[in-house]
Write a protein that binds this ligand. Structure first.
Ligand code: FAD
Ligand code: NAD
Ligand code: FES
Length: 273
């Protein structure tokens, strides 16, 4: 059991929760995730550790209510408990030194970028690009500003910041200055286009992959992805990989494997109140 200490609505369908999880907080590193089981009948879903406080023994999760389990989690309130929380899982991010790094956060992926950028800021120049569909869906702008030497904000509809998607300012930056590394977290389609944008410039590009996961510990194979023509398990080999080597089309195809079942589960959950 893990008690929810704080709950904040960041956007109509995006929630932030601070959870009491001292054992996880003690070991967590940027880039790692937890597997959440909302109640005893619930499925297992992976969520990034968006922040952690070792002294208070807390971790922060930020999630988009996209289907049954994330909606169920979003209905819990401060004071209530999450049935099971396992972690930290996955490999911590590799943090270089003396590099110019561009962090790209798409939608709720921005919260996953934040702890990596915060640690990287200590020894690198950080430029961040965060994008959302619209102003109301933009999250953690202040936090990202605090860990960036420069922050560029985009919205698809132009309601805030620059109009357009994140890859547009990214391309301009690559034209203008020497960038050593790009780190992208967001929807698979965004990460695919970030990789396509950086490839002609030969800039090292890292993506944190978001396949369907079950056990999160390398046993079930649900999270398999192709990287450089080799099958990898995102939960134990990743979740971060060289984006130029990732087969994003296969990732997106596998993400839609259970779409009919997921839509039915969501419909029944919403109708059941
Ligand atoms: P489902 O019923 O499972 O799915 C609803 C819709 O989302 C369907 O269209 C389906 O195709 C699609 N979908 C299913 N699984 C995923 C997935 N893994 N990624 C993207 N789309 C999916 N989400 C966050 O909001 N915040 C996070 O911090 C976060 N961190 C993640 C870290 C890792 C390592 C991974 C692998 C995924 C992460 N995700 C994160 C994605 C999150 O796990 C899924 O959104 C969640 O499992 C959906 O569960 P659901 O039952 O609510 O929706
Ligand atoms: P979204 O669909 O609202 O997209 C966010 C932004 O991504 C857009 O505003 C745009 O700037 C950019 N984008 C989208 N499509 C693009 C394209 N074709 N080309 C260039 N840029 C594009 O995002 P959302 O609904 O908040 O979804 C967030 C996603 O992040 C989810 O799929 C979730 O699984 C993933 N995620 C992954 C991790 C991880 O660790 N791998 C962590 C958190 C979230
Ligand atoms: Fe089962 Fe990765 S989630 S092997």
């Amino acid at each position: 059991m893990a008690r929810i200490l704080e709950k904040t609505e960041l956007a109509p369908d995006i929630k932030e929760m601070v959870v009491d999880a001292p054992l996880i907080a003690r070991k967590a590193e940027p880039g790692q995730f937890v597997i959440v089981v909302v109640d005893d009948k619930g499925e297992r879903i992976p969520l990034t550790i968006a922040d952690f406080d070792r002294e208070k023994g807390t971790i922060t999760i930020v999630f988009l209510e996209i289907g049954k389990t994330t909606m169920k989690l979003g209905r819990l309130n401060a004071g209530e408990e999450i049935a099971h929380l396992t972690g930290p899982l996955g490999n911590p991010s590799e943090i270089p030194e003396d590099e110019t790094i561009v962090f790209v956060g798409g939608g709720v992926g921005t919260a996953a970028v934040y702890p990596i950028a915060r640690k990287a800021k200590k020894s690198n120049e950080i430029i961040s690009i965060i994008g959302a569909r619209t102003k109301d869906a933009l999250i953690w702008e202040d936090r990202m500003r605090s860990v960036s030497d420069e922050l560029i904000v985009t919205t698809d509809d132009g309601s805030y910041g620059r109009k357009g998607v994140v890859t547009e300012p990214l391309k301009e930056l690559l034209e203008e200055k020497k960038v050593d590394r790009v780190v992208a977290i967001g929807p698979a389609i965004m990460m695919k286009f970030v990789a396509l944008t950086t490839k002609p410039y030969g800039v090292k590009t890292i993506a944190s992959l978001n396949p369907i996961m079950v056990d999160g510990s390398g046993m079930c194979g649900a999270c398999r992805v192709q990287v450089g023509g080799v099958t990898k398990f995102a939960c134990v080999d990743g979740p971060e990989f060289d984006a130029h080597e990732v087969d994003f089309d296969l990732l997106m195809k596998r993400l839609s494997t259970y779409r009919e079942e997921e839509e039915l589960a969501k419909k029944l959950f919403v109708e059941g109140g």
